[in-house]
Design a protein around this ligand. Structure first.
Ligand SMILES: O=C(O)CCC(=O)C(=O)O
Length: 263
């Protein structure tokens, strides 16, 4: 039996206000560790929100501020952190970047969102990444994606096809499409026979509102935990990774793939 405890930080994000957001994230991490989770998970673009026109002023230069904060907290509390994502500026370009830290505070993966969301003009301001986000936390193989990425099952399949057991998702997914969020995430869990741990933000931005529904989903697509709507909060859930063995053994979809016909 390998129990794994996750804490989802379903936070509000103050539009274009990094000072308020860094301070809020630190406060919530200090509170979340009281439950002694194995991993903390943050939402998407939590430093700036989608204040894309002001990125030159507010994006995190080379992710330094974010890395310094999350490294310190991961090490101090001996907790793994899937750091959601932040707006960064690197080599003159802007990215939607995720950083992952282990319990020693070491940066074990970093990822720049590969599918940019045109409906929120993300592609007008941000450059797309092109690397996989696979990592190992406490000996467990895992992968991470950001928001719109979940609409591309080929991407999650590629990430999950070398034994990954947990898919982490960080998002700013608007209220008006929240039913799609839930269905897409349940489908990603079922088809990849993996746990899905997905954090969405709450609150309002000038053009959108967000109502949480952060989710922990088991490999059969059953929702184990669902964040209440419209409230900032920490949602903690423990699951048994041994459950994967039965699911993958009974219906071995990875083995049954026709890779001679498709990827
Ligand atoms: O795909 C969607 O409906 C939402 C995606 C999104 O909001 C994002 O990628 O930031």
């Amino acid at each position: 039996m390998k129990k794994f405890k996750v804490s989802l930080l379903q936070l509000d994000v103050k539009f274009g206000d990094p000072e308020a957001n860094y301070s809020n994230v630190e406060k919530y991490i200090e509170e979340a560790v009281q439950d002694k989770p194995d991993v903390l998970v943050l939402p998407e673009m939590w430093n700036t929100g989608y204040d894309l026109e002001r990125l030159e002023t507010i994006a995190d230069k080379d992710g330094q501020r974010t890395k310094t904060l999350l490294t310190r907290l991961a090490k101090h509390f001996a907790v793994n952190i899937v750091g959601g994502s932040v707006a960064t500026k690197e080599d003159g370009k802007f990215y939607n970047t995720s950083y992952i830290f282990d319990r020693k505070g070491q940066l074990i993966s970093q990822y720049q969102k590969v599918h940019l969301f045109g409906l929120m003009s993300e592609d007008d301001f941000i450059s797309a990444g092109s690397t996989l986000n696979q990592f190992i936390i406490d000996g467990i193989k895992a992968a991470g994606v950001i928001c719109y990425d979940i609409r591309f099952p080929e991407w999650e399949r590629k990430l999950m096809s070398t034994g990954q057991q947990i898919l982490f998702v960080s998002a700013q997914w608007p209220t008006k499409r929240i039913e799609q969020w839930k269905m897409l995430l349940c489908a990603r869990a079922i088809e990849n026979q993996s746990f899905v741990v997905a954090v969405n933000r709450v609150g309002n931005a000038p053009k959108d509102s967000f109502n949480g529904h952060s989710l922990v989903i088991d490999p059969l697509g059953k929702i184990l935990e669902e964040g209440a709507t419209d409230v900032e909060g920490i949602f903690t859930c423990e699951f048994d990774l041994d459950d994967l063995k039965a699911v993958r053994g009974n219906i071995p979809v990875f083995d049954d793939r026709r890779t001679d016909l498709y990827f």
